[in-house]
Design a protein around this ligand. Sequence first.
Ligand code: ZN
Length: 297
Amino acid sequence: MAESSATGGRRGKTKETETMEEMMDRLDLTEKERTKLVVDDEEDQREDELHALIGKVLHRKVLHVNTIGEALRPAWGNPRELNFRPLGENVFVASFMKKRDSDLIFDGGPWMVGKHCVVLERFNIRPRPSELKFEKIKIWVRVINLPFNLLCPPWPKRIAAMVGEVITLNADDKGFAFGDCLRIRAWIRVDEPLMRWVQLEKARTKETEFFDIQYENLPYFCFSCGLLGHGELLCPTLAGRDEYGRPPYREALRKRQNEESESSGSIDDSRDSKKKKEDEKAAKSVAEAVQQPHGSQ
Ligand SMILES: [Zn+2]
C-alpha cells in the first residue's frame, strides 16, 4: 500500500481520467481530502485465512451480541476460538479458528436465537455491510403424503424444484424417493412467505391436488403473513381468519422431531445423536433465557 496524490499519475483511459478530474473540481476537495490511499485489491489470500460467517437474527428487538453468542455457541458445539463481534442491529460476525467449523455451521441449521431465525452468509471481504442481503436459509422441507407414483423419477426432482433452490434430495441413486415424505434440503427465501403446499395437476383429468409442506426446525414465523421474524400480533399485513377462526399460516407447517426437544438446528444428519441431544438441551436453556416477544407462538 502507498499513498499518492489525486493529481499525480494519470492512469486508465483519458476520458475516464477527465471525468474523474471534472468530478474532483465539482467536489472542491480540500488538500486533505485530495490525498488518497491506494489499496491492494488482490486480497483473496486474507479471505482464506478468515474463517468467518456473517449472521443476522430476525428479531424485532435489538439483541446484544453477547446474547446472540450465548445462544449460538452451545448450539454450534462450542468450537475453539469462536468469537462474536457486532456489525449492526442484530448483525454479527462469527469467526472460527478452523475452516471446517465454519463450513459445518454454514451447512447446518437453521440456527436460532430463542426460536428466532439466524440468517447466515459466508464472510467475504469485498461487500460493504450495507450490501449484505440475508435473504435465504437452508432448511429441510418435507412434501407429505405424495402417492408412490410421484416418488418415482422424474417427479421427486421436479417437485423439489418447486419448493426452493435444492441442495440435496433424499432419494436413491436411481432417483426413487420412497419414504414417509419427499424430503428436500433447500434454500428458502426469508423475504417471502413460507410455502404451504405444492399444487399438482393431473395431465389427463386436469384434476388439481394440494400436498402439504412441513419444515424441520422451523424458526419463529407469523401465522398471518407467513414471514419469519415477527408474530401475528405485530404483523404489518394482518390477514383475516377463515370461517373456523384459523389464521392463514399454522403450527402444522412445523415438523416436530419429537415432543420433548425443540432443536435449534442440526449440523447434519450423520452427527452423533447423543452429542446432538446435548447441544439441543444447552441451546434450549439459553433460548428460554432469551426474552420472547409477544406474538402468536
Ligand atoms: Zn406477519
